[in-house]
Design a protein around this ligand. Structure first.
Ligand code: HEC
Length: 157
């Protein structure tokens, strides 16, 4: 990491701490860290969910935004690369819907994550090739692989 990026990092960490102290009152530091981690990963999951919803509107319902399809699918490929890294030790309590199984069965969790990433890559390939039926099939497989992780690792709504 070069010097400028180090300084920027310090600045951002300083700003985050200031904001955190302002809003989180007297929570212990580790709890603030866990809350920020949980907020961050839920934000990523919602972004994944939003990109899936937009993709569905295009490939299933025929919304006239085909030019944006690659953008949505590229996000899905990037964001699913390492889902377990969003679930570090100590981020298992508080306002989270993650089940304890995330930390109790890390290998299974990692497998579900890589299957999901593979499904996103397959969808990207299908979009690049441009066959609508193949795209729809790959999209359904991706949705199925999201659900198969949620079934075992996330509280039901
Ligand atoms: C490897 C497991 C795994 C995969 C794969 C996965 N998720 Fe999740 N997802 C979770 C867990 C665990 C949570 C709960 C996180 C929390 O509350 O801290 C979650 C939460 C969510 C949420 C709720 C976020 C919020 O507002 O709290 C949405 C939406 C979501 N996932 C969508 C998706 C979609 C769409 C996919 C597939 C493209 C996907 N997820 C793939 C494990 C996974």
């Amino acid at each position: 990491m070069n010097r400028n990026r180090m300084n920027l990092r310090k600045l951002l960490v300083g700003a985050a701490l200031t904001v955190g102290l302002g809003t989180a009152g007297n929570l212990p530091a580790f709890e603030m860290g866990a809350e920020a981690t949980i907020d961050y990963r839920q934000g990523v999951m919602r972004a994944i969910g939003g990109n899936v919803a937009s993709t569905a509107a295009i490939v299933i319902d025929g919304a006239d935004f085909g030019d944006n399809l690659l953008m949505h699918v590229r996000y899905l490929v990037d964001a699913t690369k390492d889902i377990p890294s969003l679930f570090p030790e100590g981020s298992d309590f508080g306002e989270t819907d993650a089940l304890p199984s995330v930390w109790e069965e890390p290998e299974k969790f990692a497998e579900r994550s890589s299957a999901n990433h593979e499904a996103a890559l397959a969808l990207l390939e299908a979009v690049e090739q441009g066959d609508d039926a193949v795209i729809r099939g790959a999209f359904r497989d991706l949705g199925q692989s999201c659900r198969s992780c949620h079934e075992d690792f996330r509280h039901r709504d």
